[in-house]
Write a protein that binds this ligand. Structure first.
Ligand SMILES: *Cc1c(COP(=O)(O)O)cnc(C)c1O
Length: 373
């Protein structure tokens, strides 16, 4: 069976996790957490990176830092993972969904301005498949309307827009290190902060509302409760796993890229379905290879064909605005021209670090067998 995903493992993870345990420092902000934080800051150029327990929690921290209050509105695509919306719904926000562009499956930047009201507080672009949204336009709209930009860059590590790392463009950027992402720690994430003014409050919110981070750095002689917050620190054992992945980040990306390119060479001019579009200004990270077939019926038949040949291909997302919670907490602004239609025909092919070239070749062969070559 060729699974859809396998957690990335490069070999050093056990050694580093053992080191974390031997140091008797397995809670948060230990040696490996610090190394990972420094790696993200050096590799992306962000002012501050805070390792978190998930991307969902990084998004929750961003919602807290944007001071989202009941009744505030937040603009995002409906074609995204539930956490993008949930983090803001927890603060009482109303979600305003706008349509996506069919070429990148990202939020259509041209539809954002019309969705802005007196209550709008933030725009949340989601960089689908590690391909950036049209950020110059989005940042310009946000500047003119005085809105926060929170990037859901869960799939975007090591990808860039006009040479800048995804997650560093808005006030806040959120990465995921879930096992389905390019670089992993099982469950985990990071909050990237662009401006100095938010850093101290973010540190406090991540440490249960206390200034314990300052205390551990020796900057104060006792710590106390300062603000609202929660427990968003991952264990240093998990950070040790991530550190092994960061050390091998180029190798992991190159491997994923070779799989992505093998699919693309086979399918770009194949003509039976659509393949991903990468705008000139975007460097992607081979997070995902998807195809868009004729319709839902064709997709269902293709999935069944692949499964009967021991290949698991998957789809996502059920558009949030059509879900029970989406209807309760949000509304769709404008017309759903592409969100539902395009999501119904998108299929993700297996892509993961340990995938063998012959497995990729077999997936290509079986997709083509379905279409009768
Ligand atoms: C994976 C993902 C998340 C959630 O990440 P977790 O680390 O599992 O919380 C959020 N948004 C998008 C777009 C994702 O792909």
């Amino acid at each position: 069976m060729i699974g859809f995903n396998a957690a990335p493992f490069v070999g050093k993870e056990f050694e580093y996790m053992k080191q974390a345990i031997d140091h008797h420092k397995i809670c948060g902000d230990g040696e490996f957490t610090k190394k990972c934080k420094a790696w993200i800051e050096q590799n992306t150029g962000t002012a501050e990176a805070l390792l978190t327990t998930s991307c969902t929690h990084a998004l929750e921290m961003a919602a807290l830092l944007c001071d989202i209050k009941p009744g505030d509105e937040v603009i995002m695509p409906s074609y995204t993972f539930v956490s993008t919306a949930d983090a803001f719904v927890l603060r009482g926000a109303t979600i305003v969904f706008v349509d996506i562009r069919p070429d990148t499956m990202n939020i259509d930047e041209k539809l954002i301005e019309d969705a802005i009201t007196e209550r709008t507080k933030a725009i949340v672009p989601v960089h689908y498949a590690g391909v950036a949204c049209e950020m110059d336009t989005i940042l310009e709209i946000a500047r003119r309307h005085n809105l926060y930009v929170v990037e859901d860059a869960a799939q975007g590590i090591m990808a860039t827009y006009k040479g800048k790392s995804l997650g560093t463009l808005g006030e806040f950027g959120c990465y995921s290190f879930h096992e389905t992402k390019n670089l992993s720690m099982g469950e985990g994430g990071a909050l990237l902060i662009r401006e100095q003014q938010f850093i101290e409050r973010a540190e406090i919110m991540r440490e249960k509302g206390t200034n314990r981070s300052k205390f551990f750095r020796g900057e104060i002689d006792k710590y106390s409760w300062c603000d609202m917050g929660s427990s968003y620190l991952p264990s240093d054992m998990n950070a040790a796993y991530l550190w092994a992945q960061f050390e091998a980040a180029d190798q992991i990306t190159a491997k994923r890229m070779s799989i992505w390119n093998a699919y693309d060479e086979a399918f770009r001019d194949y003509g039976r379905f659509e393949v991903p579009y990468i705008p000139q200004e975007c460097q992607h990270n081979a997070h995902m290879y998807y195809i868009k077939v004729k319709d839902l019926e064709e997709r269902t038949a293709l999935i069944a064909h692949l499964l009967s040949h021991d290949i698991r291909a998957v789809f996502h997302y059920v558009p949030l605005h059509s879900s029970q919670a989406g209807r309760r907490f949000g509304r769709f602004h404008g017309e759903d021209v592409y969100t539902t239609k395009e999501s119904d025909r998108l299929l993700r092919l297996p892509i993961y670090y340990s995938m063998k070239p012959e497995e990729t070749a077999y997936v290509i062969e079986q997709v083509m067998a379905f279409y009768g070559k």
